[in-house]
Ligand binder design. Sequence first.
Ligand SMILES: Cc1ncc(COP(=O)(O)O)c(C=O)c1O
Length: 350
Amino acid sequence: MSITPRARPNVEKMSGYTPGEQPRPGERVVKLNTNENPFPPSPRVVEAIRSIDPERLRRYPNPSAEEFRQTAARVHGVSPDMIVAGNGSDEILAMAVRTYLGPGDVFAYPDPTYSLYPVLAEMGEVRVVTVPWDAGWDLPVDALLGTGARAIFFANPNAPTGTLVPTARVRALAARFSGLLLVDEAYVDFADENSLPLLHEFPNLIVSRTLSKGYALAGLRFGYAIAAPAVVSEMNKVKDSYNCDAIATRAATAALQDQDYARRSWEHVRAERGRLSEALQRRGWQVIPSQANFVLATCPGGNAAAIYRALKGKGILVRFFDKPGLTDKLRITIGTAEENDQLLAALSAP
Ligand SMILES: Cc1ncc(COP(=O)(O)O)c(C=O)c1O
């Protein structure tokens, strides 16, 4: 007799993470919906992938992505034992939850934010307590502390708002919190400040980074965490043995080594972010000041779903969230100057 096995009750109840839509291969769209970098990765990345020795594929990769950790340590001015690499920063977030949160533990974060956090909590039967952002998208320090959480996460810059909590405010929370504090810096390359200076003050801090945005490698799947060696050592125990493959490790290392190339794309995105924000405002949109590679904007008239569908009909993808507080807004990734112009033209056309 064959019967479908029952999943764990918490898994049966889950709906899982909903990724942004991806066009079919060959489909031509202006893709401003998943916060990818509008430029290709560094030519050094392409060269590193092309020149990979097949012998490196016959063997298992280095289990801790050693060459990447050495490079990341140099770039950030920390020691290699403060770095752990992951298959995208999503895996880093999952590893942090697995390491620090068990069934029933309180996991707190300000909301709205990255929609993966509740999914990770459901998987681990962790109890989520969300707290609204303070006015002006400020970090709700007291409310977060009041949850009695074992771990607090927040994205900085935040998604989907693009807003940045200044380092001084992050410090104000870290100084009063003794659980695990994870600052998800997926978009930090486009921002004015970051939390790395706090690592030397707070042994309970994890800073999570990705190569998906700032280094144009979302398809490669590579992220990393920077934290005190004792934290990294605990996270190493729960990671898959060979979580980063040999090709990805080589390519990610080459990307980090080419800081000049990456920086040029960050500068372009920042300039275009300003230009697009102003152009949207002139068309009657309210744009939340962003420090990320996207903007969250309230559309004139408030019917964001209709504008989302109309843009899609013209081959332009942006992100619409059918969630309370967000239904009058669209999240728009900063594209190339041409892509941003195409978006603006489409919004102006009847
Ligand atoms: C806030 C935030 N953190 C992490 C990620 C995941 O990035 P990665 O591609 O490194 O898994 C995303 C992706 O969109 C994000 O928005």
